[in-house]
Design a protein around this ligand. Structure first.
Ligand SMILES: Cc1cc2nc3c(=O)[nH]c(=O)nc-3n(C[C@H](O)[C@H](O)[C@H](O)COP(=O)(O)OP(=O)(O)OC[C@H]3O[C@@H](n4cnc5c(N)ncnc54)[C@H](O)[C@@H]3O)c2cc1C
Length: 510
């Protein structure tokens, strides 16, 4: 039987980053990926003359070479930074919300964003500066907790981070109510809510504030050659470091020994590969529910996994258009089209099949004018379903349903912006929750892992990391990990879980 120090299941962001970390430490590593390409959601696909980005709207935390963000620093450490060409995005977003009549563009940059809020309220800038000061305290507190490996000194916390402690258990709505900002300022700060996908009454304020601050202080970027460029950079690095990636190699079983410790994996074709350490870049629902013998799954793992709530199930319409962005009147890269800025109402409406009140749309050419052939442009629009509504769609209704939803999203965008898209569609592709479920194997077509709730969000999980490990030798990395969804989080989760695996190995080796 072949043997590796570590086996990684899945070559998504978390799996690729984990493999690089293990290999950088001089250990042997095999990545088993069920597809024939790396990346999971971080990929691209071609229809006709167009190469579409499969997922990424914007990547936060990269910063610039002069002022690197934490993810760029991570990429430098992993040895992939110089393999990726970034394009910095100019503006944060164009928000159009029907109920409140909002129609404005917000810039990136601490100063620029703060000042732009004066158009919403005479004291807008003051509120944003106050909010950012709170975010900075939250970030510093998180850094301190990280340095203390999740066991901070309570006296230091009380002295240095009193506001962090005060809002630690707050939901987004509770925190904004306590802060007492005017509605327009809160609505504007809530614009990114759909990137975490939980409603304001449940969403962890600490996590949300941290993300919003990262976007505005460091800006956002996209890789020049779609997110597939990131995945190829990692694949190349893994090979440079002597690692192996086996494509078309679905893992069917994680094997354990008589003491419940991991002993290897079994592929779908029956081959077994030995290792004392497995990092799974997949949903814990699959890991504990399908990939392990039921007797090998501790009761606590089953309970905690079932307790967690799936975040949004994805739905995306990809359009290759036969006019330029300028000809169509598309000026911005990133549009949020909302029926209302009340995210409780949005979240509730997204439980229904035909009533998605929120969509995030990208016109890629406004970041990278050369991303499609001359005279054309690429637009893609994503919405989420906040419940498993697609399980009720009968097989015979599948195409009709997805086409109707796609048409309604295009219509919504056209009505909100006054831009005619439908007369210029040369290529169209539609990804439903079924597509995402088939592609990455996530239950119900979930694209965002588990919801970040105030009682089970980023901070709670970081502090509970060791308690969240149930099977000796098995760790879970990626969008379902302790840092939750998103590009930066899934890479960081991979690095962190690999670091913990290396420590487990060192402990076991005595
Ligand atoms: C439409 C869309 C838009 C998004 N927009 C953004 C955005 O703008 N910004 C942002 O930060 N994030 C965004 N995200 C989220 C982001 O893409 C994900 O959070 C991130 O890519 C998840 O990475 P992961 O490590 O969890 O791996 P995944 O991408 O989930 O990959 C898991 C991998 O494991 C493989 N696998 C699963 N089971 C097995 C098995 N049994 N054996 C072998 N291989 C297996 C799968 O094939 C896959 O390659 C978006 C996602 C989507 C779908």
């Amino acid at each position: 039987m072949e043997r590796y120090d570590v086996i990684v299941i899945g070559a998504g962001n978390g799996g690729l980053a984990a493999a690089c970390t293990v290999l950088n430490a001089g250990k042997s590593c095999l990545v088993c990926e069920k597809h024939n390409i790396p990346g999971g959601f971080a990929t691209s696909f071609v229809r006709g003359r167009f190469e579409f980005e499969a997922s990424l709207h914007e990547f936060n935390g990269i910063g610039t070479p002069e002022h690197p963000g934490s993810t760029r620093e991570l990429f430098m450490k992993l040895g992939v930074a110089d393999k990726i060409e970034w394009i910095q995005l100019k503006d944060a977003y164009h928000l159009i919300s029907k109920e409140e009549g909002y129609d404005f563009v917000m810039p990136f940059g601490y100063e620029e964003f703060a000042k732009a809020n004066n158009m919403l309220d005479p004291d807008g800038e003051k509120y944003i500066r106050e909010f950012f000061a709170l975010c900075e305290e939250i970030r510093n507190a998180m850094a301190y907790i990280g340095e203390m490996k999740g066991k901070p000194d309570p006296n230091v916390m009380a002295e240095r981070f009193p506001n962090y402690l005060a809002c630690g258990s707050y939901s987004v709505n509770e925190a904004f109510e306590a802060l007492g900002y005017p509605k327009a300022i809160v609505d504007n700060l809530n614009t990114y809510w759909c990137y975490l996908g939980a409603d304001g009454d449940s969403m962890s304020f600490l996590h949300y504030a941290n993300m919003v601050y990262s976007y505005f202080s460091k800006g956002a970027a996209i890789p020049k050659h779609r997110s597939h460029e990131l995945s190829l950079a990692f694949e190349e690095r893994i090979h440079e470091l002597g690692g192996e990636i086996w494509f078309n190699s679905e893992v069917a079983r994680i094997l354990t020994d008589e003491n419940g410790h991991v002993r290897g994996v079994r592929l779908k074709d029956g081959r077994e590969i030995a290792s004392r350490h497995v990092i799974a870049n997949c949903s814990p629902h699959l890991v504990y529910g399908r990939m392990m013998d039921p007797e090998a799954v501790p009761e606590r793992a089953r309970r905690l996994t079932n307790f967690r709530k799936f975040a949004g199930r994805g739905f995306t319409v990809f359009l290759g258009l036969n006019k330029t962005a300028e000809e169509l009147g598309l000026k911005d890269h990133n549009y949020f089209i909302y029926d209302t800025s009340n995210n409780m109402k949005q979240y509730a409406s997204m439980k229904e099949l035909f009533n998605s009140a929120a969509q995030a749309t990208v016109c890629l050419n406004n970041a990278d004018p050369d991303c499609s052939p001359a005279g054309t442009c690429i637009v893609y629009m994503t919405t989420l379903f906040t419940d498993d509504v697609w399980s009720g769609v009968r097989e015979e209704d599948y195409f009709k349903t997805k086409n109707e939803i796609a048409a309604s999203m295009i219509r919504r965008f056209e009505e909100a912006t006054g831009v005619n898209l439908h007369d210029h569609i040369e290529e169209i592709a539609v990804a439903t929750p079924q597509t995402y479920a088939r592609y990455c194997g996530h239950p119900q077509g979930v694209i965002y892992g588990y919801e970040s709730q105030y009682y089970d969000g980023l901070m709670n999980r970081i502090q509970m990391v060791e308690e969240d490990r149930f099977v000796p030798g098995l760790r879970i990395a990626g969008g379902y990990g302790e840092r939750l969804l998103g590009y930066p989080s899934s890479y960081k989760s991979g690095v962190n879980e690999a670091g913990r695996t290396l420590r487990d190995m060192a402990r076991e080796d005595g």
